[in-house]
Design a protein around this ligand. Structure first.
Ligand code: PEP
Ligand code: MG
Length: 409
C-alpha cells in the first residue's frame, strides 16, 4: 500500500520506481526504522512527503477526505487522455512516459502519453542469474514498440551503476559509484555485452518507431565510440540477413555538465537530445541524489540548472534536432511552465504525472510560458524561481489550486 525509507532522495531509483508503480512513498526520513514499530498505523502522504504515525480519528478523517479529493482530481484529468498536449495558442509538445517494464505500457496509454521517452533497460539485468539474451530483449522491445503503433519509443541502453546495482556483472564496489564505472563507460568497456543489447534494439526497429539513446555521454569522443559499436551491431545483423531500420534515430542523454556545455558539438552527431535532470542536477550542484542529508540542496530551479537547460535546448534547436527531458523535473507541474517556455519539445515522466502536466500545458499560452521562462532566468536563487513560478501557475490556472491535492506543488 505504501512505503517509507530512511535513505534516498526524490530522484533516487527507489523513489522513481515507486512513482511508476503508483505506490505512495516517502523517502529519506533518516530515522523511520528506529521510530516506527511493528503494528503502528501510518499515513503515508506521498504528495506532500509527510508520514503520520498513529493518527487520531480527526486526522484519519482529514486524510480520507484528502485521498478522495486526489481520486476525484485524477478522474478529471483522465478526461484529457486522448487530447494533445497543446497550449491555448496552438504550440504542441510531445507527451511521453518513462518505463522500466513492458507491463507498464497499459498505464502509459491510460494516462494519455503517446510514446515512451525513456525505456530504462537495467531491469533486464537485475535480480537474475546470467545475462539477458538478444532474443529475450528483442521480444520485450518488440512488444513495447508494436503496442505504440508508430509512436516513438526511446530505448536507453544499459545504465548500470550509481544506485542501480546488478547482481550478475562483476562490478567492483566503488567509493563514488555515481562518478564511477557506470552506464556507457561500462558498455564501452564490455562491447560484447553492449552489442547483444544493440542488436536486440535494432531488430525491434523493424517493427515500429524505436530510437536508441546512450546514457552518461560526457563528450563527443565517447559518443562516437558508442555509435561505432552500434554500426558494428548493424553490420552483424546485415551478415545474418536480419531486417532493421537502417536510419534508426540516435540520441544522447545530456546529464553530465561537460556534455551540457559542449552540446553544440554533440548536436552535430545525433538526432535528438534527452535531458536527464536527475543526474545533471546532482553533477552540476555536487549533490548526491540519494543522500537525504543534502536533499535540501537538490534544486531543479537553481540558476545554474536553468542556464544549462536553456543552453541544451538552444544548441539542439540550432542544429535542428529535437530536445526532450526524461528526468523527474519534466513531471513537476510548476517547472513545466519554464520548460515549455524554454522550448522543450518532448516531456517524458512517470505515467502518473502525465495527466497533470498535460492539463497545465493545455491551459496556458505559449507566449505566457516564454515570458515566465525569461523572467525565471533573471533570478539569483532557486527559491525565488520557485516562488515566482508557483505564483504564476496559480494566477494562470486558478482551477489547479482548487482541484489539486497538493498543498505545495
Ligand atoms: C536522469 O538521470 O535524469 C535519468 C532520467 O536517468 P536515471 O534516473 O535512470 O539516471
Ligand atoms: Mg541518469
Amino acid at each position: 500500500m505504501g512505503f517509507v525509507t530512511d535513505i534516498g532522495g526524490r530522484t533516487s531509483h527507489t523513489a522513481i520506481m515507486a512513482k511508476s508503480l503508483e505506490i505512495p512513498a516517502v523517502v529519506g526520513l533518516e530515522k523511520a526504522t528506529v521510530k516506527i514499530k511493528a503494528g503502528d498505523m501510518l499515513i503515508v502522504d506521498g504528495s506532500d512527503g509527510t508520514v503520520i504515525m498513529n493518527p487520531d480519528a480527526r486526522m484519519l478523517k482529514q486524510y480520507h477526505a484528502k485521498q478522495q479529493k486526489f481520486f476525484r482530481f485524477e478522474k478529471t484529468l483522465f478526461g484529457l487522455k486522448d487530447e494533445p498536449a497543446e497550449t491555448l495558442d496552438g504550440h504542441r509538445v510531445e507527451m511521453a512516459a518513462n518505463i522500466e517494464l513492458p507491463e507498464e505500457i497499459d498505464s502509459v496509454i491510460s494516462h494519455g502519453a503517446n510514446g515512451i521517452g525513456l525505456y530504462r533497460t537495467e531491469y533486464f539485468y537485475m535480480n537474475r542469474r546470467g545475462l539477458p539474451t538478444e532474443d529475450e530483449q528483442f521480444e520485450a522491445y518488440k512488444k513495447v514498440v508494436t503496442r505504440f503503433e508508430g509512436n516513438p519509443v526511446v530505448v536507453r541502453t544499459l545504465d548500470l551503476g550509481g544506485d542501480k546495482f546488478l547482481s550478475q556483472l562483476e562490478v567492483p564496489h566503488e567509493m563514488n559509484p555515481f562518478l564511477g564505472w557506470r552506464a556507457i563507460r561500462f558498455c564501452l568497456a564490455k562491447p560484447e555485452i553492449f552489442k547483444v543489447q544493440l542488436r536486440a534494439i535494432l531488430r525491434a526497429s523493424a517493427f515500429g518507431n524505436i530510437k536508441v539513446m546512450f546514457p552518461m555521454i560526457s563528450g563527443v569522443e565517447e559518443l562516437r565510440q558508442a555509435i561505432a559499436i552500434l554500426e558494428e551491431a548493424k553490420e552483424e545483423l546485415r551478415v545474418r540477413k536480419i531486417k532493421f531500420n537502417e536510419d534508426i534515430e540516435i540520441g544522447a542523454m545530456i546529464e553530465i555538465p561537460s556534455a551540457a556545455l559542449t552540446c553544440d558539438l554533440l548536436a552535430k552527431e545525433v538526432d535528438f537530445f534527452s535531458i536527464g535532470t536527475n543526474d545533471l542536477i546532482q553533477y552540476a550542484l555536487a549533490v548526491d541524489r540519494v543522500n537525504e542529508k543534502i536533499a535540501y540542496l537538490y534544486e531543479p530551479t537553481h540558476p545554474a540548472v536553468l542556464r544549462l537547460i536553456k543552453g541544451i535546448i538552444d544548441a539542439g534547436h540550432k542544429e535542428n534536432i529535437w530536445v526532450g527531458m526524461c528526468g523527474e523535473m519534466a513531471g513537476e507541474v510548476a517547472l513545466g511552465l519554464i520548460l515549455l517556455g524554454l522550448g522543450l519539445d518532448e516531456f517524458s515522466m512517470s505515467p502518473a504525472a502525465v495527466p497533470e502536466i498535460k492539463y497545465v500545458i493545455r491551459n496556458v499560452r505559449f507566449d505566457d510560458a516564454k515570458k515566465i521562462a525569461e523572467k525565471a532566468l533573471t533570478f539569483s536563487t532557486g527559491t525565488e524561481v520557485e516562488e515566482f513560478t508557483n505564483k504564476r501557475l496559480y494566477e494562470l490556472i486558478p482551477n489547479l489550486k482548487k482541484i489539486s491535492n497538493k498543498t505545495k506543488p
